[in-house]
Ligand binder design. Structure first.
Ligand code: CO8
Length: 258
């Protein structure tokens, strides 16, 4: 949309694309970029025409973290009262699946932004890390919580306490990244993954994402009950009838997202 200055936002079929675009600062997340990113993402999330959201950066950087220059002089009170970036709660509660396509640096808030997405695809040039410790602080966008859940507590501790970067292949082995893709093919491959997702039944996608998120937060017994109710509820959709009818008729389903 034309009014954005730090991101590009574009609809391709049923996929909403957001490209972080502050090349002069390696896509560092300043308050304008964060506001625009959340605004664009929530608009896609609210649209029944969008079945998947992609967030990507440039070849050099997904995002090199929160904008250190903007943040440096903030007081305790300013950070405690929401900081420069209110609104993440809405981003984290989006129902639409979100794919992060990471090339180059995904550091600090950049790594944390990728971890707020459901799937992380990485170019072979990607570098992940939580270097906040080098700045005399600690991760502040969820890194100390999501990284241990993603890669295990001991490996996360090493990364958070040393601040070192992890290359794409190590991130894939660790389970942070689902696939490493040659850099030149990252966007095409991401477009295919996103289009594959976006073609599915939207209510089924919402329910599946909801259940996957519940798995991060609930004990197993509660999560299994959550899933069981969601599975039963899926039988109230037209898409369930269509999906199962299409299977028995040996044809592709024609989902209407209802
Ligand atoms: N903030 C501001 N500017 C940045 C940032 C950043 N995070 N990263 C890079 N830039 C700028 C540089 O200052 C430089 O600008 P200029 O040309 O005007 O000097 C430009 O981008 C290019 O960067 P470099 O010249 O440094 O490029 P290199 O290739 O030499 O190095 C690195 C690339 C290694 C990525 C290096 O730029 C770097 O270390 N960046 C900082 C990484 C970092 O520490 N990130 C963590 C930031 S803290 C954070 O994310 C906390 C999140 C929680 C916030 C919670 C709020 C509620």
């Amino acid at each position: 949309s034309a009014e954005y200055t730090t991101i590009l936002s574009e609809v391709r079929g049923r996929v909403g694309w957001i490209t972080l675009n502050r090349p002069e600062a390696l896509n560092a997340l300043n308050s304008v970029l964060v506001r625009e990113l959340i605004d664009a993402a929530l608009a896609f999330d609210a649209s029944p025409e969008i079945g998947c959201i992609v967030i990507t950066g440039s070849e050099r950087a997904f995002a090199a973290g929160a904008d250190i220059k903007e943040m440096a002089d903030h007081s305790y009170a300013e950070m405690a009262v929401g900081g420069p970036f209110p609104g993440w709660g809405g981003f984290e509660r989006m129902r639409t699946p979100v794919v992060a396509a990471v090339a180059g640096f995904a550091l600090g808030g950049g790594c944390e932004l990728a971890m707020m997405c459901d799937i992380i695809l990485a170019a072979d040039t990607a570098k992940f890390g939580q270097p906040e410790i080098n700045l005399g602080v600690l991760p502040g966008f969820g890194g100390s919580q999501r990284l241990p859940r993603a890669i295990g507590s001991y490996k996360a501790a090493e990364l958070v306490l040393t601040g070192r970067m992890m290359r794409a292949d190590e991130a894939e082995r660790s389970g942070l990244v689902s696939r490493v893709i040659p850099a030149a093919e990252l966007l095409d491959e991401t477009a295919q993954v996103a289009a594959t997702i976006a073609a599915k039944s939207l209510p089924a996608l919402y329910a599946a994402k909801d259940a996957l998120q519940a798995a991060q937060e609930m004990p197993l017994s509660e999560g299994l009950r959550f899933e069981r109710r969601a599975f039963a509820a899926a039988f109230a959709t037209e898409d369930q009838k269509e999906g199962m009818r299409a299977f028995t008729e040996k044809r592709e389903p024609n989902f209407t997202h209802r």
